[in-house]
Ligand binder design. Sequence first.
Ligand code: NIG
Ligand code: FE
Length: 403
Amino acid sequence: MVHFSTSGTTSRPSIENSVYPVGKGIIIEGDKIITIGDSEDLEFEYGNDSDHLVIDAEGGAIIPGLIDCHSHLLWSGDRSQEVRWRLEGKTYRDISTMGGGIQSTVDATRSSSKGELHKEGYVRLRAALRSGTTHMEVKSGYGLDTKTELDLLEVSSILSSDENLPTLDPTWMGAHDTPKEMTHEAYIDSLIHEQLPAIVDQGIARSADVFCEPGWFSVEESEDILKASRTAGLNLRMHIDEFEESGGGQLAAELKVQTADHAYHTSLDTRLNMKEAGVMTGFLPGTPYAMGDPWPNMSEVHEYGIPYTLATDFNPNCQTLSLPFMASLMVQRCRVQPLDVLAAMTVNAAKSSPHTNGDHGIIQEGAIANINILDSPNWESFSLKPSHTPFRATILNGKFMTH
Ligand code: NIG
Ligand code: FE
């Protein structure tokens, strides 16, 4: 049990309740926030209670645990050489046709054991936790056959149960690419009639995701896969309009999917349809950063009140696990206010990737005790330190961890 005191000179923002004044404390029991009150009163009530560990934030501001609601955490291999091809002018599509891209990661992933995948996932999740991530959505999609897709989901489930790591929200993304050994049509058939039933039977994945983009899965194919997934009981997510606007956003709105991500080339009309349909937009600034592409037009997004999340999209082509780095890109390159960035990585991300044990992404009584303690009295500093963790410590599901 933890008595968390914010004594010192700081104030702390809560997205919904604006600012908690100086001198507030938080009582945590198990993995939940039980009480938020005046530090002095809490000190009086709990301070001498040996069941409660007292932690002083020493003037550091606190923000909710960050939620990375779009990642491709588990894969093997290394595609670093692709950077040279990109700088020579090859596009993502060209590199994929040359045998690089997703296909080459699939080869490496298929030849890894579950133990090796677990080890890679463990190291990555420790790095994410040091950057303040307390929960992560994790997609399969580098297996592209039933056995490896099941293995990837099993490894996510094992990692998620480790109390020293962020909790995970597993997504099946068999529809990430077509494997070399099959025709596209045969693969779609096997996705719907073989992989999906096996994934549902395994019972680990909560959602299905499809790479809806010309050259990968068309709007019609995505619709078939998503509808079958919904019928089988999965929530729906999509990758849309990463390279061009191709109708994925319209499908996202029609199907009222939970979130449609990338969405760089999505027109304003489609953004408004998605908003109307209650579809979250997931921006992934690490991708244009890695590819040298332009940033999304965030002033339009703000002007029309489009609800959005921000996540890392961690993958072999975009190897960042740091949400504070994403925050820096948005604040220091895209002129987005730090509070909007914080909301996108906490309260909004919680809608996109809910926690199975209760509310998260917010510091309030009854919520899961996922909290980051900054090494600065100013909460905005979470977005200004792209090179090293801005956090002194993280409380993960009620457990205090220093960095
Ligand atoms: O979300 N665009 C599709 N999938 C990943 C990248 C996959 C890869 O290049 O390995 C993404 O960016
Ligand atoms: Fe992605």
